[in-house]
Design a binder for this molecule. Sequence first.
Ligand code: NAD
Ligand code: ZN
Ligand code: ZN
Length: 336
Amino acid sequence: MKAAINNEFKGKLQIIDMPIPEVGINDVLVKIAACGVCHTDLHACHGDWPVAPKMPLVPGHEGVGVIEKVGSNIKHLEVGDRVGVPWLYSACGHCEFCLDGRETLCLSQHNTGYSIDGSYAEYCLAHGDYVVKIPEGLGFSEAAPLFCAGVTTYKALKVSGAKPGQWVAIVGVGGLGHLAVQYAKAMGFNVIAVDTGKEKLALAKELGADITLDFKEVVPSEAIFEQVGGAHAVVCTAVSKPGFEQAYKSVRRGGKCVLVGLPPEDMPLPIFDTVLNGVSVVGSIVGTRKDLQECLEFAAQGKVKAIIEEKRLEDINEIFDDMLKGEINGRIVVTI
Ligand code: NAD
Ligand code: ZN
Ligand code: ZN
């Protein structure tokens, strides 16, 4: 099968021919139709994070397609089912986190396109218990980004604890953020979108943002306090330390700052302000299978729609270059 493979950190990905994976008793083999390109794939190929991915690596954790083979233990899926293979490739199923509905915190988890080869390929092996079906009527390319960008931001908004009618700021309106804006509107929040460039901010506006702020033209936290008295919650998807610092400073007293983006840097946390302002800072990592079902349903009902541009798997190195420069509007999906 054709696959895009990364052989060394910061090297170019290569298109190679490799064997189709063997299906074990708990697996399904998915013939991939499309896969979204997440900034996490770029972090993986650059070795940005403290936990290194397998190498060589086939990245991709927004892969969607049709099941072609089903392992003998898997009874709830059939050949022909349309599914996506999310970041959470599998979890142990019996630790404290798996048992109380926080499977994304499982210490024994495997991750698609990171610790296990992913969907930048014609076929992807998946654990039958962890793939999620795509609702009818949702096309492959528009479903793909929901398997990471969609579920991650939907979950982060739940974690934010914001209530309908409150102000929520989305810092970083890229692949994740443009979906965050839509989920936030669909959940009844007032939305402030923070990024840079006319195109991204115009898209945010089109998708329902009530206020848009260009971080190169204004200091976002100051503008947010001037215009609405601070945000009740902020979801930060920016791949930049200054973005996180601004996100933190934009939260009003008693509010929550949800950290989602994963730049390879740390952020200083002011103790005095955090204590006096009663601000919460919390991390949020993707979403569970249940979160995924819910987030897909929003799209099936037409309340949320990924803005995508389709490209070929062969274009992956140029896509990564554009992503590094921050030049992608919405999500790129490679069709396979
Ligand atoms: P992306 O490149 O599509 O979008 C990032 C956006 O941040 C860009 O639009 C960029 O212009 C913007 N940005 C940069 N600096 C900014 C600043 N100072 N203020 C506001 N915006 C700024 O990336 P993506 O695919 O949306 O991923 C975003 C990040 O989220 C990555 O680090 C990725 O690894 C991480 N991520 C985390 C999770 C999770 O579960 N927590 C899941 C998926 C991705
Ligand atoms: Zn577990
Ligand atoms: Zn992702």
